[in-house]
Design a protein around this ligand. Structure first.
Ligand SMILES: [Zn+2]
Length: 484
């Protein structure tokens, strides 16, 4: 679960408003708690201003107030690192520094015959969900990303905004089709098609998501009641949920953007992130092999960019409620020996600190004004920062992150890298997909060992040859394949 743009102080500000104190959220009691760095391989912006990152320097962070304000990641590069285990350049969607396709954790899940989904409170083609599914040189190519997510991926669930038939208040309107591909794709989805004509000429089809060699069409849902209906009972095979709103569930609605939380009424015709979460869990849990799900609180970042205190807290609480929904689901429908839950962020945004903070190096805490009262804090930036973010984990395999927490910050303590989350999940799953290590194994590159797991722990190459035990034991060393 990713709270886009959430730093430690974003979380604490919402804690004070929601609970009157911090460390009272269920996830804040998870047994694995660290900080996380998220700098990309190259900062700046693709394609014109890319430069090598200088990483994260704990000494500089706390001796120079302005240190964190430059050289930061954006969401696509961080999502790619979180999803593939490889740091890359800003704006990359699943591409490395040489623009080669990386393998997403969602792709590995599908190869393992698990289900997979991505859901968000912003557009479903936006940087974070796209960065767990698609491959594109830049996050700005929404149309291409939409086509890849819907027609090339085998995902079971995609949910998020971008509905071209509605405005930011949920009223009928006409907006750009770019976040849902184009008008042809959108009309085809509404009709439940399996065959599409990108650009109106070449035929393309949806994928088979469950391995029965039959194309699986997307079931498009839009009404809040349709999301709510999926929380219990039988569910369709594949669901694309696009609420009747344009950019975000709530953060972009009109009204005083400086109002305190909840003063401007919510749009009631769209689901909450927790409702989307519960519906998605009910779809994905149909698969006995398990699933991977990305849940993004996407508009925390948007409120932070715009320095909207009230909406920042609304969005953080919407995310917190989704985390509670997941924890409840694990307790009721699964258990912590088989399910891993990770709660983190992709980067900080807005440089949230208490009043009177500033250069050279004054970092004042946020002032708590009690439950349902806005705490006192300021935004010292309208951009992302290089500040460490929180990382919480509980459940199956979560101990592996103890190994990754090998760096230490004087204030935040031990921290991991964003790229180590995908590395950890791959290690926990014990699956290794690789092409580059073929040479080392003395195998022919042409055989392209993209392993398909036909039965538990039996590795087959695409040519059908069963790998010998020596190679299998090599695989168990977890030399990860990173390229498609
Ligand atoms: Zn941002």
């Amino acid at each position: 679960m990713i709270a886009d743009g959430m730093g430690f102080n974003t979380m604490i500000a919402a804690d004070y408003y929601q609970k009157g104190k911090t460390n009272a959220q269920q996830y804040q009691s998870f047994p694995i708690k660290y900080a996380m760095s998220h700098y990309p391989a190259k900062t700046g912006s693709y394609p014109d201003s890319m430069q090598w990152s200088s990483g994260y320097n704990p000494k500089a962070m706390w001796s120079d107030f302005n240190y964190a304000l430059s050289d930061f990641t954006e969401s696509a590069a961080s999502a790619t690192a979180l999803s593939t285990g490889v740091k890359t350049y800003n704006n990359s969607i699943g591409k490395d520094l040489d623009f080669k396709n990386l393998v997403h954790i969602t792709q590995i899940a599908k190869r393992m015959n698990k289900s997979a989904g991505v859901i968000t409170s912003v557009e479903w083609t936006h940087a974070t969900p796209a960065g767990f599914v698609a491959h594109n040189v830049t996050r700005d190519n929404y149309k291409q990303i939409a086509y890849e997510m819907l027609l090339e991926s085998k995902l079971d669930v995609i949910m998020g905004c971008g509905n071209p038939d509605y405005n930011n208040n949920g009223a009928s309107s006409h907006n750009t089709y770019q976040y849902v591909g184009d008008s042809l794709l959108w009309l085809g989805l509404k009709a439940g098609n399996t065959i599409f004509y990108p650009g109106g000429i070449t035929a393309d089809t949806v994928e088979d998501c469950n391995g029965d060699c039959i194309w699986d069409s997307w079931t498009l849902i839009q009404d809040r009641s349709e999301f709510q209906k999926l929380i219990t009972g039988d569910t369709p095979l594949r669901v694309l949920g696009v609420p009747k709103v344009f950019e975000t569930l709530q953060q972009s609605r009109s009204g005083d953007i400086n109002a305190n939380p909840y003063v401007i009424p919510f749009t009631t015709t769209v689901p909450t992130l927790a409702e989307m979460t519960n519906a998605t869990l009910n779809i994905l849990d149909n698969n006995p092999n398990g699933f991977f799900l990305l849940i993004e609180g996407g508009a925390i970042d948007w409120a932070a960019h715009l320095n909207q205190k009230g909406r920042l807290i609304e969005e953080q609480i919407d995310f917190n409620n989704a985390v509670d929904a997941v924890i409840h689901w694990v307790n009721e429908n699964s258990n912590w020996n088989e399910t891993l839950v990770i709660v983190t962020s992709d980067h900080e945004c807005g440089f949230v600190w208490g009043p009177g903070s500033g250069p050279p190096a004054t970092f004042n805490p946020i002032i708590n004004n009690g439950q349902n009262n806005l705490p006192e804090f300021s935004f010292y930036s309208n951009e992302h920062t290089n500040s460490l973010v929180p990382f919480f984990a509980k459940g199956a395999g979560s101990e592996i992150f103890v190994l990754f927490a090998d760096e230490t910050d004087p204030i935040r303590g031990r921290f991991i890298q964003n790229s180590e989350i995908a590395q950890g999940i791959k290690a926990i799953w014990g699956e290794n997909f690789f092409t580059d290590h073929i040479h080392f194994l003395g195998l022919k590159v042409s055989e392209k060992y993209n392993f398909e797991q036909n039965s538990t722990n039996s590795y087959y190459s695409t040519t059908g040859r069963i790998l010998n035990p020596q190679i299998k034991s090599f695989l168990s060393l977890n030399i990860f394949g990173i390229y498609e």
